[in-house]
Design a binder for this molecule. Structure first.
Ligand SMILES: Cc1cc2nc3c(=O)[nH]c(=O)nc-3n(C[C@H](O)[C@H](O)[C@H](O)COP(=O)(O)OP(=O)(O)OC[C@H]3O[C@@H](n4cnc5c(N)ncnc54)[C@H](O)[C@@H]3O)c2cc1C
Length: 617
């Protein structure tokens, strides 16, 4: 977003430029979501709904039976929650099952599962024990195996990947006390030794999941700056760091509201000597590596969200039938009934989005950066609401711990633990606010890449004129058709009746979204970057349109496979999504943002501090 480079503070500008330099500049493969934001629906990109490779499916089904049996017999998630420890026998058993090498290719002794199959396994484990799911996910969604698989040299792969088949655990260390969402604040340094063959690592890493027990870590550190156009540019580099390297100190194990079993903490690196050959991808390429790794890495969270939704559906359905108040089962009272249908239809939508994006990740001819971010954002927000609604249905017994419920002989579904464990998913691997910004940046890229040369003071006038003419030509062809009706892009003839209607709406709404986005760019130009309320609405509409499309394609497949009432769930979700889309379009012209933003400024200036009275501070 650095092209909107006027009227924002120098510090903010530097952070934006830093993030901008790390993003993938080109779109080498098609993206369904990018087209939607551009006003064009190409349903053929997601329909027929992609399926798991049959051979992988068979192997994964067999594996899931084994791992389910193992965790049922050996792992008590409530005990993990109470004691804060995953038992050693569980680490060992998981290692024996190859659970730390799920996506490691078979040639390196791994299980060789696809992203789709891996996500199914994580879905299963997430439905049982959040801490164990996060142990495995931090290790192989973002930990060493993933970036090594993507970017490792043959030597690095040969040296490290087989260790995961034997149970080596890894971690991903990016965050620092002062570097949360903004990696430019990173201060851990990696200084080259005089012979240039190694680097000395110094600094602290915070909230590194598995960090305290990891055998191997990906550590991001600041390496010597590069001078580009006379400007010193900060460089971040990714290193594979072995636990045996002297100088690694575990300072503090953090404890959290949920996920009590994770080994997450504050770590210090004191002159840790790391050989140059342990750099992954290249010097200065660390942030790019993190972004690309997260594109697929963050897909575990939609899988975990879907599992949470299904688990909640199961609990909410049973309790709504069993519990009687005011003369009937609570599920028969409209307020509860509406919650139940929300849980079911929105879990269905998460299912669709999760498996669509999982399949996309395995298809090397797709650019999934937008779809993965949308899936993370949509599913973590939706699932949290679903867990909360389930707690509301369980009411007092939802708030009571499962141990206490069991002690007095009640149904002991651990809904309060689910809520505590799940909450973090709206924060890790990109907070919801950062996902909004990420999705907005990528969705607007086709415009920004055209406007960028016009806004930069460094671009010569003749180049600017050329760019302006090219841009004028593009918009003259692109913009007018956005006002005209057109047939839905891609074949919707196979969709059950109500769903084809929803896809017609997606087509119309995508055009409207593209028009309105263009108008906002024209209106605000440089300032749009900081208009997060506008950007968030654009992203939210695009997210709903993506989810509706995924749902329609998914339901059509399920109907073909003999599940006709999938259409009810799909139709119900789409109707809710349509209401939200209409409300968002409405709000884009009719909102109280200016008033609220003004008030926020006053809050920060302590003008309402008097309100914070009669409380114990
Ligand atoms: C349990 C747990 C596990 C974790 N695991 C790992 C791990 O394995 N490896 C790792 O490296 N890190 C890990 N993290 C760190 C996690 O990724 C960060 O917490 C996350 O990136 C957010 O950083 P922050 O908490 O410092 O929030 P901040 O960046 O301080 O943000 C605070 C608030 O401001 C908002 N905000 C910030 N910037 C903007 C902006 N530009 N526009 C709008 N809103 C903004 C945020 O959305 C948030 O609401 C973990 C954290 C926890 C708690």
């Amino acid at each position: 977003m650095s092209m909107f480079d006027k009227n924002i503070s120098q510090e903010k500008l530097k952070s934006l430029e830093f993030a901008e330099a790390a993003r993938e500049q080109e779109w080498k493969a098609p993206s369904f979501a990018l087209k939607l934001f551009q006003g064009s629906l190409d349903f053929s990109l997601i329909n027929p709904f992609p399926k798991e490779d049959p051979e992988q499916k068979k192997a994964c089904d067999e594996y899931m039976v084994k791992i389910e049996k193992f965790i049922r017999e050996n792992l008590d998630p409530d005990e993990v929650d109470r004691t804060g420890e995953i038992p050693q026998k569980v680490y060992k058993g998981l290692a024996d099952l190859g659970a730390f090498a799920l996506k490691v290719p078979k040639e390196y002794d791994g299980m060789g599962f696809s992203q789709y199959s891996y996500n199914r396994i994580m879905h299963l484990i997430s439905s049982y024990c959040g801490s164990t799911a996060v142990l495995l996910s931090a290790h192989q969604s973002i930990g060493v195996p993933q970036p090594l698989k993507l970017f490792g040299t043959p030597e690095q792969k040969k040296k490290y990947l087989p260790r995961f088949a034997k149970g080596a655990i890894s971690a991903f260390a990016l965050t620092e006390p002062e570097a949360g969402s903004d990696p430019r604040n990173m201060s851990t340094t990696a200084t080259p030794t005089p012979d240039g063959r190694s680097f000395l690592l110094n600094g602290e890493k915070l909230w590194c999941t598995n960090g305290l027990i990891a055998d191997l870590m990906v550590v991001m550190a600041v390496t010597p700056p590069k001078i580009i156009n006379g400007k010193e540019i900060k460089q971040i580099t990714a290193f594979i760091v072995e636990r045996e390297f002297p100088g690694i100190e575990n300072i503090h194990r953090c404890t959290f509201m949920g996920l009590h079993g994770i080994q997450n903490g504050l770590m210090r690196f004191n002159n840790v000597k790391v050989p140059r050959e342990n750099i992954i991808l290249g010097e200065g390429e660390g942030l790019k590596l993190a972004l690309v790794t997260l594109n697929t890495g963050r897909l575990t969270l939609p899988a975990a969200s879907t599992a949470a939704g299904k688990w909640c559906l199961n609990v909410a359905r049973q309790w709504s039938t069993k519990r009687h108040q005011w003369g009937s089962a609570i599920g028969e009272h409209e307020a509860v009934a509406l919650r139940l249908s929300y849980i079911a239809s929105h879990t269905f939508a998460m299912d669709a989005v999760t498996w669509l994006t999982s399949a996309m990740a395995d298809d090397k001819h797709r650019d999934i950066r937008l779809e993965a971010a949308i899936a993370k954002y949509f599913c973590t927000e939706t699932a949290y609401k679903i867990v909360d609604e389930t707690l509301q249905i369980r009411a007092g017994q939802g708030y009571e711990t499962s141990q206490s419920l069991a002690q007095r002989g009640m149904d002991f579904w651990p809904v309060e633990r689910a809520l505590r464990d799940f909450r973090i998913n709206r924060i890790i691997e990109g907070t919801t606010d950062i996902m909004h910004l990420f999705i907005a940046r990528e969705a607007l890229d086709p415009h920004l890449s055209k406007i960028k040369p016009l806004l930069s003071s460094k671009v010569p006038v003749n180049v600017k004129i050329g760019a302006a003419l090219k841009m004028a030509g593009f918009y003259a062809a692109w913009y007018p058709p956005l006002w005209l009706p057109s047939a839905v892009g891609g074949d919707i003839s196979g969709l059950p009746k109500p769903l084809s209607g929803h896809m017609v709406l997606v087509q119309q709404a995508a055009k409207k979204l593209a028009r309105e986005t263009f108008h906002e760019i024209a209106k605000y130009q440089q300032k749009l970057e900081s208009k997060q309320s506008i950007l968030n609405r654009i992203v939210d509409i695009g997210t709903e349109l993506f989810a509706v499309s995924a749902v329609c394609s998914y339901a059509a497949m399920l109907v073909r496979d003999g599940q006709p009432n999938a259409v009810d769930l799909a139709d119900s979700f789409c109707n809710d999504a349509r209401k939200r889309i209409n409300a968002l379009f409405n709000e884009s012209t009719n909102n109280s943002d200016p008033q609220q933003l003004k008030m926020a400024k006053k809050i920060l200036a302590k003008e309402y501090e008097w309100m914070e009275n009669q409380i114990i501070k």
